[in-house]
Design a protein around this ligand. Structure first.
Ligand code: UD2
Ligand code: MN
Length: 588
């Protein structure tokens, strides 16, 4: 921890008198700059990409003309690949960061977002005098554009008097271009409230945040991941409850930024739980809380936090024992701090009127330096310190960990004693009574918002997909029910049900009512396959326009018959060029 050095520290002079004209000026400059540097074909003037239907925010009452403009919508062409360089940016981006860096770069460092708050949030009044915040952002090998959008979203949407500083902790990223770009950008463009701390060795996000907090001097600490975008009036609703009671720790609602399309969409109001595998999960909010008269805006008691995004009084963070510095890289710290908050006299709330978007990636794009499973190590430490006899529930699921070494926990046990914290039984009885003691119902689950909305979307069109060059139809290479199967073009047969595609309002293409046409997120040049429909757009989202092209939104390319058409009828993804090979007709 002593390995951190303060390399960069500029202070004070920035953003005290920001006006809208400056924000707009910066916005246009950056978006233009970014577009010309990363690509050479403009992407403006194309039809708007609709948010997935189930996640559409309701239009704002009384402000109809504004909501009609919806300037935050992204066009599907945003991800279009025009040349090899685009392709490389996209493929390398998925490889290194597990999200669509091509779109992220094109978005630039500023963008408008849909205001996802409940309308009643807009009538909330917060005290003008609130404790000022230090925003701590710890990152490892983050995509530059995502990191800069995180920083600028904070600068753009936080009242100057509430923003004490931003503390960046570079957790010894090993990409030199990121280091150089960041140094230069901070020096030339952010001569303001930004501190950069560089770790001399990789510490992981847990010690990384502790280092960040030790350099922070604001009254409140706000932690963010390095691929977030804060939304309208996000900070005031977090600071107000802390001002009222400094033992309250608060989380915003974490909105979803799609890893494939970067579309920002609202999350439903859910709260944090966990299972006996010690994985965090989202739970529905008990109806009694949601239906109260102030349900839509009132803080929601949450048994645990997701981990990345929360605000806490700085002195309280220190008094409560920061984090467990014996935890490495990633995982478990969110449950540890949640248990500690509740068991040692504090409270943890989710604040529905504060919204922050986060890029949810499908995999973690980095490992730990020694390749260890840090989640298991960290979970063992938290189980031994905090869970009393209930750690047996964990060992019942993970018997191989029972005798695994977890390092020295004596200091953490001493903290529990010093703070006279309650038992884990008390926590279960009072804070998380929904938790079942049997393990069978508690297998790790995907976030609730991925499970929601299981209603099938409406079918808009149905028919065979005939390729104009090949004069053949798109079908499964094997059986249409075979997951992972390829598609090819074969002789059209109007009587064959297995050739029938449906195109629905989610822009999915479903073959024979069974599987969705899906693109690999990793390599945009791979051909598409038939996969289970996941309903979250991106890799299964296709636009089917008047031009007869089949454009894949997350890959930014068009489906083409291989030209010249071979006996095998292979298809491929290619840069959209309007050629016959890329023209498809949906016909009865
Ligand atoms: C979630 C949390 C994350 C953390 C984690 C459990 C949200 C939105 N995210 O996973 O904050 O609590 O659960 O540990 O709730 N990082 C480093 N050094 C490392 C590894 C990561 O600085 O060695 C940074 C990383 O660049 C990012 C942050 O830590 O800014 C969180 O990591 P993540 O985004 O990979 O975690 P996530 O969102 O999968
Ligand atoms: Mn994250």
């Amino acid at each position: 921890m002593g390995s951190a050095t303060l390399r960069y520290f500029c202070y004070g002079c920035f953003f005290t008198s920001v006006t809208w004209s400056i924000i707009l000026f910066l916005y246009f400059n950056f978006s233009q700059e970014n577009q010309t540097s990363s690509r050479n074909v403009p992407v403006q003037g194309v039809p708007p990409l609709l948010l997935p239907h189930r996640l559409q925010p309701r239009p704002t009452r009384g402000r109809r003309d504004q909501s009609l403009q919806e300037p935050w919508k992204l066009s599907p062409e945003m991800g279009m690949i025009f040349n090899e360089q685009d392709q490389e940016v996209r493929d390398m981006g998925y490889h290194r960061h597990a999200f669509n860096v091509l779109i992220s770069n094109r978005l630039g460092f500023h963008r408008q977002l849909p205001d996802t708050r409940n309308d009643r949030c807009k009538d909330q009044v917060y005290p003008r005098v609130l404790p000022a915040a230090s925003i701590v952002i710890c990152f490892f090998n983050e995509a530059f554009s995502a990191l800069l959008r995180t920083i600028h979203s904070v600068l753009d949407r936080t009242p100057g008097h509430l923003l004490h500083e931003i503390v960046l902790v570079d957790d010894n990223s090993d990409t030199d271009d990121l280091k150089e770009e960041l140094d230069s950008y901070l020096q030339h463009n952010l001569q303001g409230k930004v501190k950069l701390v560089r770790n001399q060795k990789r510490e992981g996000l847990i010690r990384g945040r502790m280092i960040g907090a030790s350099h922070a001097t604001g009254e409140v600490l706000v932690f963010l991941d390095s691929h977030c975008e804060v939304n309208e009036a996000w900070l005031q609703p977090l600071l107000a409850p802390i001002k009222e009671n400094r033992h309250t720790v608060v989380c915003p609602v974490i909105d979803i930024i799609s890893a494939d399309t970067l579309v920002y969409s609202p999350s439903p109001i859910v709260r944090g739980g966990f299972n006996w595998g010690l994985h965090f999960k989202w739970d529905p909010v008990p109806l009694s809380e949601l239906n109260s008269p102030v349900g839509a805006v009132a803080p929601i008691r949450s048994p645990t936090m997701a981990g990345g995004l929360f605000a806490m009084d700085r002195r309280y963070f220190n008094d409560l024992g920061q984090y467990d510095g014996g935890m490495d890289i990633w995982g478990g710290e969110n449950l540890e701090i949640s248990f500690r908050i509740w068991m040692c006299g504090g409270q943890l709330h989710i604040i529905p009127c504060s919204r922050v978007g986060h890029i949810f990636r499908k995999r973690r794009p980095y490992g730990s330096p020694g390749g260890q499973d840090t989640m298991a190590h960290n979970s063992l430490r938290l189980a031994h310190v905090w869970m009393d006899e209930y750690k047996e529930q964990y060992f019942a699921l993970r018997p191989e960990l029972r005798n695994r070494d977890y390092g020295d926990i004596s200091q953490r046990v001493a903290i529990r004693r010093r703070l006279q914290c309650r038992s884990f039984k008390w926590y279960l009885d009072n804070i998380y009574p929904e938790m079942q003691l049997s393990s069978s119902h508690n297998k790790p689950q995907p976030p609730a918002f991925i499970n929601k909305g299981l209603k099938r979307p409406k079918i808009l069109q149905r028919g065979r997909l005939r390729n104009l060059l090949a004069d053949r139809c798109l079908v499964a290479q094997g059986r249409p029910s075979q997951k992972g199967g390829a598609v090819v073009v074969r002789k059209c047969d109007s009587g064959d049900k297995e050739q029938e595609w449906s195109y629905d309002e989610e822009q999915e293409l479903i073959l024979a009512g069974l599987l969705c046409l899906d693109m690999s997120e990793i390599r945009s040049s791979d051909p598409p396959r038939l996969m289970k429909c996941h309903g979250s757009g991106g890799s299964q989202q296709w636009t089917l326009g008047k031009t007869n092209r089949l454009y894949q939104v997350s890959v930014g390319q068009c489906l083409a018959a291989v030209d010249p058409v071979s006996q095998k009828g292979y298809v491929t993804m290619a840069i959209c060029d309007g050629s016959q090979a890329q023209q498809w007709q949906l016909e009865d």
